[in-house]
Design a protein around this ligand. Sequence first.
Ligand code: FES
Length: 217
Amino acid sequence: MFVILPSDAPSGLVDAVCAKAAARGWQPETSRGDEQTIVALAGHGDRLGLEQDLSGEAQAELVPLLTGREYWKQRLIRRVVGWLAAGLGLLTAVALLMPALGFLVPPSRSTPGADTSRAALVRELPEGSARIVRFRGRPALVVHHGEGRYFALSAICTHMEDCQLEWDAERAQIVCPCHGCVFDLYGNVCHGPASVPLERIGTERSAARVYLREGAP
Ligand code: FES
């Protein structure tokens, strides 16, 4: 065991510690250093008794000499406590940052609203392609124009309200097989005889799917 005292501990104090240790059956040996004064205690004296004797002496710290096993056990405990403290600090930081992140990051639109209908899987609509789907009981044309831009329009020609339109990928236009009407991706009439534009339908996209929703985009 050791008794550690300040480097400038008065000789009277050091002598008193040595005397108390000797009275408890220890053989004290003093060495003074720049940072502390150490009283090494050899032998097998009364440890608890010496602890009581020194309990009122604030400048004297009794340090037990640890066996190898005790040393590793205390080291492991210190590390586990350190990890727990670090983990707790990290969790606290995350908990504090979450509201701020939620305020700064706009809400994701990956979850479509209740007023949407699933139209197609993204992988089913490669760039420049289109497909006919049912929306509100009527055919609708969904076009992937590229760079993640999707257009959806009514697929019923406005000329006779009877013919189903088709996608012309080469011209990137919508054509009617009945009398040759042509519409652009915004539903505008490019070529008659129709004069009424196509109804546009809103689109939403999640990571894997394209959805249609009521109302213009
Ligand atoms: S029905 Fe489409 S052009 Fe006449």
